[in-house]
Design a protein around this ligand. Structure first.
Ligand SMILES: Nc1ncnc2c1ncn2[C@@H]1O[C@H](COP(=O)(O)OP(=O)(O)O)[C@@H](O)[C@H]1O
Ligand SMILES: O=C(OP(=O)(O)O)[C@H](O)COP(=O)(O)O
Ligand SMILES: [Mg+2]
Length: 394
């Protein structure tokens, strides 16, 4: 990596604004997976031990520029305090007088977590005024939020224009490990893409088709492709305005000789609930008032076989709504296949995919678990990540 890191600068006595990705999965106010918090600990501990005044900032969810009570970071501050075994102060704002006072009070080695930066409309707009307000709190900017490095937001990109800016250890490690796996990939190289962020992720397929031998589609992403093939998807997740794009990707795959795998059967439910009525149907037989929430048993077998024959698999996005037991089988089957395929280098990416693998107890069987989903996909496509570009070169 050609970017400066916290090792290359003096942090002692400095106020350090450290952007982390604490966008953890939550259920009813409780953190269901703390992988992303644990992943940032090496950087935070280094800053503490080297006498920095640590100001942490993160987003949580997508509050769209407004205060959403359930998306406050209090539970995150509490969990971080437990992991660090020291107090973590928390403000109810990310800029303003309360924050300035809290920062003034920091001693060397103290840790402060700011409120969700996405409560401010300027964050996602990369508003220079908000970026400057963040920068005024600190002497140094550290970006350790690999999972948000594909976003050019005020706290991930804008702020770097107003402060000396370096990478944290997680950012460094992610770029190194992913870079190594993808620079000269072992083949057959398979990408598996699923999850719910269809709008964000469907676009990466274009460039991926230039790189992979096999492309497997699952999760909520699949149904835009199913629709593109002319089948009814009922109430399943669908991006109407991406259907044509999905069609063009299937044609491109054919031209490029990339094997394109889609679900052949799915688990449908009569409502979005663990105790819904469910049944397995063929991909061209989704009932119009049901929704597909997982891949079916035939698809699981098909995808397992592809994984077994691959030397490198990069997987982002669950195959179904794994948070509910009834729709976790597809995601679990993929995780198990990767765990069993000892000859296959496995890279899992994404906050929710990492949580799934952790939940199944298979995390230590994977070669690399990336904290970034969208970020690792964009990195894999060959795109420059704005949160990285903004940092100082070595
Ligand atoms: N068929 C589906 N319908 C609706 N949501 C789905 C479906 N399959 C997976 N999901 C949801 O996708 C979410 C994760 O998506 P995403 O954030 O894109 O993945 P990651 O965090 O791994 O990058 C999970 O919460 C899961 O419930
Ligand atoms: O959870 C994240 O990405 P992921 O779901 O692709 O793993 C990151 O925190 C980025 O969040 P965003 O997609 O709302 O910008
Ligand atoms: Mg996610």
């Amino acid at each position: 990596m050609n970017k400066k890191t916290i090792r290359d600068v003096e942090v002692r006595g400095k106020r350090v604004f450290c952007r982390v990705d604490f966008n953890v999965p939550m259920e009813q106010g409780a953190i269901t997976d703390d992988t992303r918090i644990r992943a940032a600990l090496p950087t935070i501990r280094y800053l503490i031990e080297h006498g920095a005044k640590v100001i942490l900032a993160s987003h949580l969810g997508r509050p769209k520029g407004k205060v959403v009570e359930e998306l406050r970071l209090d539970a995150v501050a509490k969990r971080l305090g437990e992991l660090l075994e020291r107090p973590v102060a928390k403000t109810n704002e990310a800029v303003g007088d309360e924050v300035k006072t809290a920062v003034d009070r920091l001693n060397e080695g103290d840790v402060l977590l700011l409120e969700n930066v996405r409560f401010y409309p300027g964050e996602e707009k990369n508003d220079p005024e908000l970026a400057k307000a963040f920068a005024e709190l600190a002497d140094l900017y550290v970006n350790d939020a690999f999972g948000a490095a594909h976003r050019a937001h005020a706290s991930t990109e804008g702020i770097a224009h107003y402060l000396p800016a370096v990478a944290g250890f997680l950012m460094e490690k992610e770029l190194e490990v992913l870079g190594k796996a993808l620079s000269n990939p072992d083949r057959p190289f398979t990408a598996i893409i699923g999850g719910a962020k269809v709008k964000d992720k469907i676009g990466v397929i274009d460039n991926l088709l230039e790189k992979v031998d096999n492309l497997i589609i699952g999760g909520g992403l699949a149904y835009t492709f199913v629709k593109a093939l002319g089948h009814d998807v009922g109430k399943s997740l669908l991006e109407e305005d991406k259907i044509e794009l999905a069609k063009s990707f299937m044609e491109k795959a054919k031209e490029k000789g990339v094997r394109f795998y889609m679900p052949v059967d799915v688990v449908v439910a009569d409502r979005f609930a663990n105790d819904a009525n469910t049944k397995v149907v063929a991909i061209d037989a989704i009932p119009s008032d049901w929704e597909a929430l997982d891949i079916g048993p035939k698809t699981r077998e098909l995808y397992r076989d592809v994984i077994r024959q691959s030397k490198l698999v990069v997987w982002n996005g669950p195959m179904g709504v794994f948070e509910m037991e009834a729709f976790a089988h597809g995601t679990k089957a993929i995780a198990e296949a990767l765990a069993e395929a000892l000859d296959t280098y496995s890279v899992i990416g994404g906050g929710d995919s990492a949580a799934a693998v952790e939940k199944f107890g298979l995390a230590d069987k994977m070669d690399h678990i990336s904290t970034g989903g969208g970020a690792s996909l964009e990195f894999m496509e060959g795109k420059q990540l704005p949160g990285v570009v903004a940092l100082e070169d070595k």
